[in-house]
Design a protein around this ligand. Structure first.
Ligand code: SF4
Length: 314
């Protein structure tokens, strides 16, 4: 299933997620990633799936939820710009549906001219920008070895110079990794060159790939906000999930949780919608597990790979 939702998004409202790439395919393996460690690390753009299949999935989700959608969002189970069909998908979304189109990208491939061109029809492109320090960048994103910090920054600047839509900057804060005030001041200079229409100061609110990742204390979040400007997105999202296109609770839990980790109470609400008690059985069968994080219980697919020691830190 390439389209799902709508899911409640802290930035995109009720958002239909569109994933044009296979599971956990990314150019980074971020320490804070809510999808666990990257299993398919690549910077090679590919035609992963037939575009018609992706569009048929979008059509189906839109048809079931057409009055409750704010955005169609290309987000993927990793980095969506790895799809060589990105431009065609965005173009089809813009011509077939009356919704805004957003893309959530780590920005690592914007040095490629075709990626910049393919994104040009999107309404909003949300780009990760977390640090001005190449070593912090490397420790936080653990990028593909074919990527360079300078090239990525240059790509983001080239994109910002010509993109007709809106750019949103996403500054994900991890305590004691990118919370140094000097680094953030340098980051602000870069943000001033990009001139995003919104800057979101975010924290890892869902279980991160590395268990030692911590949400900064409120005073550090406020410091980052005063240095970088923008607004904070540090609360958990609220709202219901679009479930009409799913036939069973198991299908809904599987499809949603591998893109959008669910809190236990959200998973129970989904079960109740279908009047089916599937979750306990799925946990007993080893398909899901419960993880405690920041005073909440999360239901995660068992295949997500999470680190449990501090060995990879740095
Ligand atoms: S947070 Fe985004 S960019 Fe980082 S590893 Fe996860 S999917 Fe890739």
């Amino acid at each position: 299933m390439h389209a799902y939702g709508p899911v409640p998004s802290r930035r995109f409202g009720r958002s239909v997620g569109i994933s044009p790439i296979p599971e956990k395919t990314c150019s980074y393996s971020c320490i804070y990633c809510q999808l666990g460690r990257t299993s398919r690390m690549t910077i090679a753009r590919q035609h992963f799936f037939p575009v018609d299949d992706i569009l048929a999935d979008i059509e189906r989700v839109v048809e079931a939820n057409k009055h409750t959608i704010d955005y169609l969002t290309l987000v993927g189970d990793g980095e969506p710009t790895l799809s060589a069909d990105l431009g065609d998908i965005i173009h089809a979304c813009k011509t077939r549906f009356p919704y805004k189109v957003g893309v959530i990208t780590n920005g690592s491939l914007l040095w490629m001219e075709n990626v910049r061109n393919e994104l040009s029809e999107a309404d909003v492109v949300n780009i990760s920008m977390v640090t001005s320090d190449p070593d912090v960048f490397k420790g936080m994103h653990r990028p593909h070895k074919g990527l360079s910090f300078d090239k990525i920054r240059e790509g983001i600047q080239l994109f910002a110079a010509t993109f007709p839509g809106r750019i949103w900057a996403e500054v994900m804060l991890v305590d004691n990794v990118n919370t140094d005030s000097g680094d953030l001041r340098e980051l602000r200079k870069f943000l001033d060159k990009i001139q995003p229409s919104r800057t979101y100061i975010m924290t890892p609110t869902r279980p991160p790939a590395e268990s030692w990742v911590r949400i900064p204390q409120p005073e550090k979040i406020l410091m980052a906000l005063s240095v970088c400007g923008g607004e904070t997105v540090t609360q958990l999202e609220h709202g219901s999930f679009g479930l009409d296109e799913f036939k069973t609770a198991e299908e809904a839990l599987s499809e949603i949780s591998r893109r959008h980790p669910l809190r236990l109470n959200q998973a129970r609400t989904i079960e109740a919608y279908f009047a089916q008690r599937s979750l306990d059985r799925l946990i007993a069968e080893g398909k899901f597990r419960i993880v405690d994080y920041q005073h909440h219980k999360y239901v995660l697919p068992s295949e997500f790979m999470f680190g449990t020691s501090s060995a990879g830190r740095g």
